[in-house]
Design a protein around this ligand. Structure first.
Ligand code: NI
Length: 214
């Protein structure tokens, strides 16, 4: 009398091809770990390029007048990391707070801040003359460059960086405010926008956000 063949596999025995699965899975896990380590350790150009692609429709070259009276172009700062903030010197609170934050974050970066060029672009060129800007930027950081230009030049640069700005007049008042986008643009050494930072953080937090780009 023959025993009926059983289809149940021996629990201790796995088909040969299945025996490879844990080995392959283990090898794959090691490969993933190595790839992740490699990605962290390799220089950043590739990931910077990927970041730049996220913002490829934003930013670009411009030439404006610095608070020193010189003509300054973004491309003058190739090889440096540029941080741009748009605002206006008559801004009662937001701009001074954000520029103070930027200056404090750069101080916390120590020598690494030598690689950073902070730029303040006025969205109020009518009042932000070279003289006004030169007094203004000195309050925030020794390296800060203030930039102004004709209204058409400013409108052009603001459009390139998608910065909204609008003059707000109160009835009966001569003075006016300018509502504007408040964001820090991080530009890499090739002149590409690689990040937008919201300046609603502490100086330590902003320094930590800038450090990976340096
Ligand atoms: Ni402002």
């Amino acid at each position: 009398m023959s025993t009926a063949p059983t289809l149940r596999p021996d629990p201790g025995e796995r088909p040969a091809e299945l025996r490879w699965i844990p080995i392959l899975a283990g090898a794959f896990a090691v490969f993933v770990a190595l790839a992740a380590t490699f990605a962290l350790l390799t220089p950043r150009p590739d990931s910077m390029s990927e970041r730049a692609r996220l913002f490829e429709n934003l930013g670009g070259e411009f030439t404006l007048t610095a608070h020193t009276g010189e003509q300054v172009s973004l491309s003058d700062f190739r090889g440096q990391v540029v941080v741009i903030y748009f605002g206006f010197s008559f801004c009662p609170d937001v701009c001074p707070i954000h520029l103070t934050l930027l200056g404090a974050a750069l101080d916390r970066l120590g020598r690494r801040a030598d690689r950073v060029q902070p730029l303040f672009i006025s969205v109020d060129p009518e009042r932000d003359t070279v003289e006004v800007l030169s007094n203004y930027v000195a309050h925030f950081h020794t390296g800060l460059i203030g930039l102004t230009g004709s209204q058409a030049e400013i409108d052009q640069v603001a459009a390139q960086y998608a910065v909204a700005h609008e003059i707000i007049r109160e009835p009966g008042l001569d003075d006016y405010l300018v509502s504007h986008t408040s964001v820090l643009f991080v530009i890499d050494e090739h002149g590409r926008v690689v990040d937008l930072l919201t300046p609603d953080v502490t100086p330590d937090q902003l320094a930590a956000q800038l450090r990976p780009f340096l």
